[in-house]
Write a protein that binds this ligand. Structure first.
Ligand SMILES: [Zn+2]
Ligand SMILES: [Zn+2]
Length: 259
């Protein structure tokens, strides 16, 4: 179902306006992205002299977690493709990696059952010599976390929350709007599903959860949603979503939350 333009949504329900959050939907297509392309599962623009992230959380293959497992790329996003309020001053590349293995215990600072995630922000112009051949994982689970390299196309939208974050009196009309725009079920208006930057998270399975910044205590906001997706080859949770919440003031501080 096609999502109505945001002007149309707000014409029907102007009360939603203060809750609108910028977001960019990401569609993926298998391809051969380069290190200077935005991609899912593609090669990263990585400085040759910077250590590649590795995971030493005990995994299904090796209870010691050693040797550490080199992480694999999940997403690389350039600001020129995905402009928005989430970019820290002066930075224009966002890189997300994860450990390709399942773990019984959670990685430090990450929610239970979440894959172990690493996040990097950088400035494209700062990367001189590029790492040509990233280390391969010492052991890896082929089933869940190995991505098909994909190029991306993007669509900027304004995302809206659903009942958890809205005044109760808006809900009957919001429900009508959702039903009218998704007659077959689903919801194209709020907490837009799929891969996205920014926007609102869904809490339909758990009720609202919030995470505070370890440095300043400020509430973390949704930065990135990794979707379960047959095209990309991702399965997170029970074909759910993995969301990365970051601190607006300390963008390196994040929580990965599996839904
Ligand atoms: Zn691991
Ligand atoms: Zn903070």
């Amino acid at each position: 179902m096609q999502r109505p333009p945001v002007d149309e949504i707000l014409r029907i329900m102007p009360e939603l306006e203060p809750y609108g959050r910028d977001a960019v939907r990401i569609d993926a297509e298998p391809g051969m992205p380069g290190v200077r392309d935005s991609s899912l599962g593609g090669p990263l623009l990585w400085p040759r002299d910077e250590p590649w992230p590795a995971c030493s959380v005990p995994d299904d293959f090796e209870p010691s977690g050693l040797p550490p497992v080199s992480m694999v790329p999940v997403a690389q996003i350039f600001a020129r493709d995905v402009p928005g309020p989430w970019w820290p001053e002066g930075l224009d590349v966002l890189q997300i990696l994860w450990c390709p293995n399942g773990h019984d215990e959670s990685a430090p600072n990450q929610a239970p059952d979440s894959p172990a995630v690493a996040l990097r922000w950088r400035r494209e112009a700062d990367v001189g010599d590029v790492l040509a051949a990233p280390p391969k994982p010492a052991r890896q689970d082929e089933d869940f976390y190995v991505l098909t390299p994909c190029t991306i196309t993007t669509e900027p939208i304004v995302d809206f929350p659903f009942r958890e974050e809205l005044p109760e009196d808006l809900l009957p009309r919001l429900r009508q709007l959702v039903e009218r725009t998704s007659p077959g079920g689903g919801d194209v208006i709020t907490r837009v599903s799929g891969w996205k930057v920014g926007g609102w998270p869904t809490w339909h399975l758990t009720g609202v959860n919030s995470f505070g910044c370890e440095v300043c205590g400020r509430m973390l906001v949704l930065l990135f949603t990794i979707a379960s997706d047959d095209t990309v080859g991702t399965t997170v949770g029970r074909f759910g979503e993995l969301r990365l919440f970051v601190c607006p003031d300390h963008p390196g501080e994040f929580m990965a939350d599996l839904h």
